[in-house]
Ligand binder design. Structure first.
Ligand code: DLZ
Length: 158
């Protein structure tokens, strides 16, 4: 996705970008699947609401959030894919596993985005507990899957 001066000048007018031809990959971590399925539902509904066609949305499951980066790369490397959304939930535990996974996935997703010059969105919850996760997966703090989809759409509008 090359950014031209013309597209930069259109950034403020969101309606100029037609989402009906854009193709999205969504990578979903199966760990904490009660949460990640809710994030997926939020992302999917938001994409559809903004004019993305269901047949232009490609889902790939991975076992855990650590694997999101590679899953994202498998999708981002496809020329047809315009943006990738990564959805995961890493819950703080008593070991340093949490830090390693969060660091790895944040760096991994960034690298994929820069390598393929495409939006690769970090839709990974990093809560202290299950309740905080539920609150952000369709609960009292909204749905971060929804926010991840909006971020992808905004990036394609650039
Ligand atoms: C191993 C592990 C642990 C302890 N916790 C989580 C978690 O809270 N969220 C998540 O998405 N994945 C977790 N995983 C799995 C790792 O992401 C990864 O799948 C394994 O370490 C294998 O590479």
């Amino acid at each position: 996705m090359a950014t031209s001066l013309k597209s930069l000048s259109q950034y403020s007018d969101k309606n100029l970008v037609d989402m009906s031809t854009k193709k999205f990959g969504i990578v979903v971590s199966e760990w904490n699947d009660e949460i990640t399925e809710a994030l997926y539902k939020g992302a999917l509904e938001t994409l559809l609401k903004h004019g993305v066609k269901k047949y232009n949305i490609f889902r790939k499951n991975v076992p855990g959030s650590f694997e999101l980066s590679l899953g994202a790369q498998w999708l981002a490397q496809l020329d047809e894919i315009d943006a990738v959304i990564c959805l995961g939930c890493v819950i703080q535990g008593e070991t340093r596993h949490f830090d390693f996974i969060c660091d790895a996935v944040a760096h991994g997703i960034t690298n994929v985005s820069l390598k393929y010059n495409k939006p690769v969105i970090f839709g990974v919850l990093t809560p202290n507990n299950q309740q905080q996760a539920l609150d952000r997966a369709g609960g009292k703090h909204g749905n971060k899957g929804d926010e991840a989809a909006i971020t992808a759409i905004k990036m394609l509008g650039f």
